[in-house]
Design a protein around this ligand. Structure first.
Ligand code: ADP
Ligand code: MG
Length: 249
């Protein structure tokens, strides 16, 4: 007898899948309008588009921070539309890391405690060895006891990156993670994002308005008026800038 493998048994190609996602804010602002997009395991995607095109809303819906008005979001194999709040939070904590423009570190806690905080909040035993390795990889070995306020912006964002990866999430989302950094510091953080994708197989989805930042990604997904407006693979900064010009014309 030949066993035919059901496609259900195949591992999902994408860590995050959005299918026909529409999001209407406050009952009137259609921030996303039928967005279908997937983010592959071990890939680095930049999301770009004019201001107000729905980038942050896309990120929030993909990460389970916000719920679509209609459509489906599958995150780490789970249809999150079907999950009630405590379960959704648990899925997010277990499988998603975040890096924000404003770092969002807790100033009253040491670097070390900031990195371990998400795991402690999820009630899982922190993986100290991994946390230590991450801090070394972002160039902050020996700074475990420092407070965020004692560090430069670039160092703080590198702590935030270690924190995002400490729980070995399936995907890390960044909303303008280099938006508050100067050019060369931003480049260091982008190089780290790239290395984490290449070396540990992390999956990154990064919103940015900077074509040079997007050029570090494997793929750029463009949004305009809440809809997917094309994509570029292995993009150069020049190609990305040219496409952005077309979208904002
Ligand atoms: P981007 O990140 O690309 O600038 P956003 O996703 O933040 O775009 O916003 C898309 C649209 O939705 C904009 O018109 C914005 O004003 C609107 N919007 C975003 N969040 C809210 C909200 N909480 N309430 C009402 N309107 C919102
Ligand atoms: Mg935004």
């Amino acid at each position: 007898m030949v066993l035919v493998r059901d496609s259900k048994d195949a591992p999902p190609r994408d860590v995050v899948e959005l299918a026909g996602v529409t999001k209407v804010h406050s009952g009137r602002v259609r921030a996303l309008d039928g967005v279908t997009v997937g983010f592959g395991r071990g890939s680095f995607t930049a999301v770009m588009g004019p201001s107000g095109s729905g980038k942050s809303t896309l990120l929030h819906c993909a990460a389970g921070l916000d719920r679509p008005t209609s459509g489906r979001v599958v995150l780490a194999g789970q249809d999150i539309g079907a999950l009630r709040e405590p379960k959704l939070t648990a899925v997010r904590r277990a499988h998603v890391g975040f890096v924000f423009q404003s770092f969002n570190l807790v100033d009253a806690l040491s670097v070390w405690d900031n990195v371990l905080l998400p795991q402690r909040l999820s009630g899982v035993r922190p993986d100290r060895r991994w946390a230590k390795e991450l801090l070394a990889r972002v160039g902050l070995a020996g700074r475990e006891k420092a407070r965020p306020g004692q560090l430069s912006g670039g160092q703080q964002q590198r702590v935030a990156l270690a924190r995002a990866l400490a729980g070995r999430p399936q995907v890390v989302f960044g909303d303008e993670p280099t938006g508050a950094l100067d050019l060369s510091t931003g480049r260091e953080v982008l190089a780290l994002l790239r290395r984490f994708v290449d070396e540990i197989g992390a999956t990154m989805v990064m919103v940015t308005h900077d074509p040079a930042a997007a050029a570090w990604a494997d793929r750029v997904v463009f949004l305009a008026d809440g809809r997917i407006a094309g994509e570029l693979f292995a993009p150069s900064a020049e190609q990305v800038a040219a496409r952005m010009m077309e979208l904002t014309r």
